[in-house]
Write a protein that binds this ligand. Structure first.
Ligand SMILES: Nc1nc2c(c(=O)[nH]1)N[C@H]1C(S)=C(S)[C@@H](COP(=O)(O)O)O[C@H]1N2
Ligand SMILES: [Mo]
Length: 503
């Protein structure tokens, strides 16, 4: 009785493979829910819909009606479970075959769903890898359990298999619940009515029309994004609040509606990341709508010995900056809007900080929920113990956007870019060709002292190789230093240089 009859044995192996694949699907749902991205299975279905010839699509719609997408999802899961069954049968003799089947199916899923911009390549692969690893681990465990023990273990194997199947269903359910909470946040964002304090049309002269030049106001979808969040925090507007605490006379909390009822101002402020290398694109300019930080702090009453303002996000990220920055006349906003819209979820919905002249890592908390007044010794914000400076004013910088390095046509064209020194303003931008004398570029009219300015200079390029350099002078008369420094620990320095070959 030691030998199980072949067909039942094979059936049981297939079942083992099927539940392992099912668990893999469950884990893929859970992982995509955690990351707030569409389900991987749904992603594959969407890819199939986009890729099949129109004739097939029409056929599917006639056969399955409006449930064609659901049918497709069911079909994909069925194929996956079927392959899982095959892997289960093969696993006993050659586990490598099972690995190949799981990995192949996972890779196909990642490839198909990564074409969806809402998913993204990294997230698609992360989810697929998690699913494949989980599926194979369980398959290995179930297969081994069966090989080790004889017939008497059947009941226990059955229980294990059933447990895995249950776990698969549970993880899938959790994944979907998480994803729908992400969708709920997106839905709430769409309902936030964002008033406009200033006109969205740019004042005359503030923007140059030069091909290849970064727009003076960067659209939200193109704005750089930097944060430590693996899954973007989804904040529920109904329960969200901002707390003022620490060294204040009267700590208080404010909800979203109450915040929106306060006088809002709208300002152009250029935000930049300390990690931005010379010539890099981790910098952008937007029109931010918000309540002046000063107004909210005055309501709490800042104690005279408070030195540092610490701002915490819902995911516990923190920044810290001098309390004076809220009172010295620079733009410092508790922001709710970006370029005429509610803050995009990835840029901090519902509320973030924007403080002119301070790098993002010391000032621009997204998904803001707490502001604490303390001393300098009282707290080290997130990046400080990781080697970045405790205080970090933005350094004056300029960038050449066009021409980009490489070959260009010889003849007359614009050299153009942007320059920023938020809060101090930009007074002059100069361009040098090869070893020639510095030439003053034309500047776009300033949107504000806090916003970058575009610059341009027309130049007749002769054939051959040319080195272009740029340097800016801020509103205090300081010209940016030639000295090259890396981003760590408090911001890169140096003149952006581009080498082109004119043909
Ligand atoms: N909650 C939270 N806020 C954050 C960060 C973060 O990691 N978490 N990163 C900061 C950094 S380093 C920068 S440069 C800016 C970037 O803002 P953006 O993604 O809207 O461009 O956000 C800041 N605010
Ligand atoms: Mo940053």
């Amino acid at each position: 009785m030691i030998q199980t009859s072949q067909p039942t044995g094979r059936l049981r192996s297939a079942l083992t493979g099927i539940v392992s694949a099912g668990l893999g699907f469950g884990v893929s749902e859970l992982a995509s829910g955690l990351l707030g991205i569409p389900s991987l299975i749904q992603g594959v279905a969407d890819w199939v819909v986009d890729s099949v010839p129109p004739g097939v699509k029409d056929w599917a719609i006639t056969v399955f009606g409006t449930n064609d997408k659901l049918a497709l999802v069911v079909g994909i899961v069925a194929v996956g479970l079927g392959l899982g069954g095959l892997a289960g049968v093969l696993a006993g003799r050659r586990f490598g075959a099972a690995v190949a089947i799981f990995a192949g199916f996972g890779a196909a899923g990642a490839l198909a769903s990564s074409s969806n911009p809402a998913t993204g390549v990294t997230a698609a692969w992360l989810v697929a890898i998690a699913a494949v690893v989980a599926g194979l681990a369980v398959l290995n465990w179930l297969t081994r359990a069966k090989a080790d023990r004889a017939e008497m273990a059947t009941r226990r194997d059955f229980l294990k298999t059933a447990a895995v199947a249950g776990l698969g269903i549970m993880t899938a359910g959790m994944g979907r619940a998480l994803y729908s909470s992400a969708r709920a946040a997106a839905g709430q964002r769409e309902e936030v009515a964002v008033p406009q304090a200033i006109a969205s049309e740019l004042p005359a002269g503030t923007s140059f029309d030069v091909s290849g030049l970064t727009p003076v106001v960067v659209p939200n979808k193109d704005f750089y994004r930097i944060d430590t969040a693996i899954a973007i925090p989804r904040v529920d507007l109904d329960t969200w609040s901002l707390t003022f605490t620490g060294m204040v006379d009267t700590p208080y909390q404010i909800g979203f509606d109450e915040l929106m009822d306060l006088p809002l101002v709208e300002r152009y402020v250029t935000l930049s990341c300390v990690s931005n290398p010379v010539g890099g694109d981790l910098v952008g300019n937007a029109r931010w709508l918000g309540v002046p930080l000063r107004d909210l702090l005055e309501r709490a009453g800042v104690k005279p010995d408070a030195e540092q303002l610490v701002a915490r996000s819902v995911d516990d990220f923190t920044v810290g900056f001098p309390v004076e920055a809220a009172f010295d006349g620079r733009e410092a906003l508790v922001a709710v809007g970006m370029n005429g819209e509610a803050l995009p979820i990835e840029h901090g919905f519902p509320v973030r900080l924007v403080v002119s002249g301070l790098y993002g890592y010391v000032s621009a908390t997204k998904w803001l929920t707490e502001i604490e007044l303390t001393t300098w010794d009282g707290f080290d914000a997130y990046w400080v113990p990781r080697g970045w400076s405790k205080e970090a004013p933005v350094k004056t910088q300029s960038r050449i956007d066009t021409p980009a390095r490489g070959s260009i046509e010889s003849g007359t064209r614009f050299i153009a870019g942007v320059a920023w020194a938020p809060h101090r303003g930009i007074d002059r931008v100069e361009v040098q060709l090869d070893n020639g004398s510095w030439m003053e570029a034309e500047l776009s009219e300033p949107l504000s002292k806090d916003a970058w300015r575009q610059w341009r200079l027309s130049h007749d390029f002769t054939t051959g190789s040319h080195r272009i350099r740029v340097r800016a002078t801020d509103g205090t008369g300081q010209t940016q230093s030639e000295n090259e420094r890396p981003p760590a620990p408090n911001g890169a320095e140096g003149w952006h240089t581009v080498v082109v070959t004119a043909k």
